[in-house]
Design a protein around this ligand. Structure first.
Ligand SMILES: Nc1nc2c(ncn2[C@@H]2O[C@H](COP(=O)(O)OP(=O)(O)OP(=O)(O)O)[C@@H](O)[C@H]2O)c(=O)[nH]1
Ligand SMILES: [Mg+2]
Length: 383
């Protein structure tokens, strides 16, 4: 197989090895990005910004951006198709409701990890069906985790969430609202986040770096060094001091530009997602995360058996199983007891029947005897 090369333009799948090429051209491929993190960090804004800056000429652009920036209250999926050089990618972005500092927020990861698991589950079920041609695949290939730009260490909630997510999906941490920190504070914060991730053994997505093409290796190294990616999200067109009109956020000191690499890593992250590493994200989802899910699930239940229902405790299923066994045994025991009793009854009936026959015979004999006596006495005995 020829090596995968990455260019600075075009969608990543255009550079797949030949064999893979064919599969992709015929069917197109699915690519699903998920965003999650605390409420109000700009996740929905980012989704909109990504669409606006990536799909400039898309026809339902306006429709898509009718989405309001009120608090997202449920998981929302926006789908579109991107096509470049004949390669079709069905892009889906999963926007999730942010969580807050309220008491039960430590359970915030549940709906998100359930969504990820449900997509694996649905795909696995389809693979077990006889007709496997038309599978619907919504497996999440990458999860962007938004971190509040506090300047301090990661919060306990972020650590817990990221730990749980990192074990089931390609996790990419991003620093939200990069325009609220000075470049120096931002660099320090990113370093702190990197250290926290390492110290807490959080599994984050590692881009493959080495390539046969030295330029590609340099780009990959540059991208990797930028993690956690800082983000500025905005749908506003604003004018810079030097007269350019850009997507950005205007301040009295100037404009924070979305697509300016000196201001944030929006461009690098977009390059990674829909150009250089799309193929690797799809591949690792298939070979690592989906495979982990499949093996895990297959180890704990029989082929074709349904998944535990949401919130169902595996202990309860065990208990139910043992109760069912106990019940079946009890029924068997009772059945045996009943059969024994039945046999006893039948033999008792036989015994009584025999007894009855014997008594009949006795009566018969007595009657004959009586008859004989009657005749002997000249018929004087009255019957
Ligand atoms: N300064 C700054 N503000 C931003 C940025 N991105 C979004 N905002 C603002 O932050 C507020 C919340 O943005 P949303 O995109 O709704 O945040 P969210 O993460 O989707 O929030 P939930 O849906 O509640 O989880 C809005 O007022 C945005 O204009 C950014 O990069 N910088
Ligand atoms: Mg939102």
């Amino acid at each position: 197989m020829s090596p995968i090369t990455v260019s600075s333009s075009g969608i990543g799948v255009a550079h797949l090895p030949n064999q893979r090429h064919k599969i992709v051209t015929n069917k197109g491929c699915n690519f699903t990005i998920m965003v999650c993190g605390e409420s109000g960090l700009g996740k929905t804004t980012y989704v909109n910004t990504l669409f606006t800056t990536t799909l400039k000429d898309h026809k339902d652009q306006n429709l898509r951006h009718a989405k309001q920036l009120d608090r997202t209250v449920e998981i929302e999926i926006t789908k579109t198709e991107i096509e470049e050089k004949m390669f079709k990618v069905k892009l889906a972005i999963v926007d999730t409701p942010g969580f807050g500092d309220y008491v039960n927020s430590h359970n915030s990861w549940i709906p998100i990890s359930e969504f990820i698991d449900d997509q694996h589950e649905s795909f696995m079920r389809q693979e077990q069906q006889p007709n496997r041609e038309t599978k619907i695949d919504m497996r999440v290939h990458v999860c962007l985790y938004f971190i509040r730009p506090t300047g301090h260490s990661l919060k306990a909630l972020d650590i817990e969430m990221m730990k749980r997510l990192g074990s089931r999906v390609n996790l990419i941490p991003v620093v939200a609202k990069a325009d609220t920190l000075t470049p120096k504070d931002l660099a320090e914060f990113k370093e702190r986040v990197r250290n926290d991730i390492e110290a807490n053994h959080i599994k984050v997505y590692q881009c493959p770096i080495e390539s046969e093409d030295e330029d590609v290796t340099t780009v990959n190294r540059d991208i990797t060094a930028a993690m956690p990616f800082s983000i500025i999200g905005s749908l506003q067109d604003v004018q810079t001091n030097d007269g350019r009109v850009v997507k950005g956020r205007a301040y009295s000191w100037g404009v924070a530009e979305v697509e300016n690499e000196a201001h944030c890593d929006f461009k690098k992250l977009r390059h990674l997602l829909i150009r250089s590493h799309m193929h690797d994200l799809i591949d690792t989802t298939e070979t690592v995360h989906y495979e982990n899910y499949r093996l895990n699930e297959m180890g704990s239940r029989k082929f074709g058996e349904s998944k535990l229902l949401k919130g169902e405790n595996p202990k309860h299923r065990e208990k139910e199983e043992s109760l069912r066994k106990e019940f079946t045994e009890q029924v068997k025991k009772e059945e045996n007891r009943f059969r024994q009793w039945e046999t006893q009854l039948v033999s008792e009936r036989d015994r009584l029947n025999k007894d009855l026959e014997a008594r009949h015979a006795q009566i018969k004999a007595l009657e004959t005897e009586l008859e004989a006596l009657y005749h002997r006495n000249g018929g004087s005995i009255r019957r």
